[in-house]
Design a protein around this ligand. Structure first.
Ligand code: SF4
Length: 100
């Protein structure tokens, strides 16, 4: 077995991969959510599809925290209410991916 074969057959634990990344969280959020529009959203796909679990539900209302954001852009794409204003953080801020 080659080293490449070994890597492709080894199960991947996403949490293990992500925990080596670094964050320099910017004070100003790079994503803002118009929560008034969330009220009319029946499916709330951001809750299920954000890989960083930045969105949650409390008492039927959407909560959002940008500090663990992976900058994937999924929430901007899947929001059926166009409630999300999305930008990258300033250069050097946000997530810094590390490859192991
Ligand atoms: S950009 Fe990706 S990780 Fe960040 S809040 Fe949106 S879905 Fe979650």
């Amino acid at each position: 077995m080659t080293q490449k074969d070994d890597l492709t057959k080894k199960p991947v634990n996403v949490d293990d991969i992500l925990k080596v990344d670094l964050y320099d969280v910017e004070e100003t959020p790079h994503i803002s959510v118009n929560f008034d529009r969330c009220i009319g959203c029946e499916t709330k796909p951001c809750i299920d599809l954000c890989p960083a679990k930045c969105y949650d539900l409390l008492g039927g209302k959407v909560l959002f925290s940008y500090s663990g954001c992976l900058e994937c852009g999924t929430c901007r794409i899947v929001c059926p209410q166009n409630a999300i204003s999305w930008n990258y953080p300033r250069s050097g801020k946000g997530i810094q991916y590390r490859f192991t």
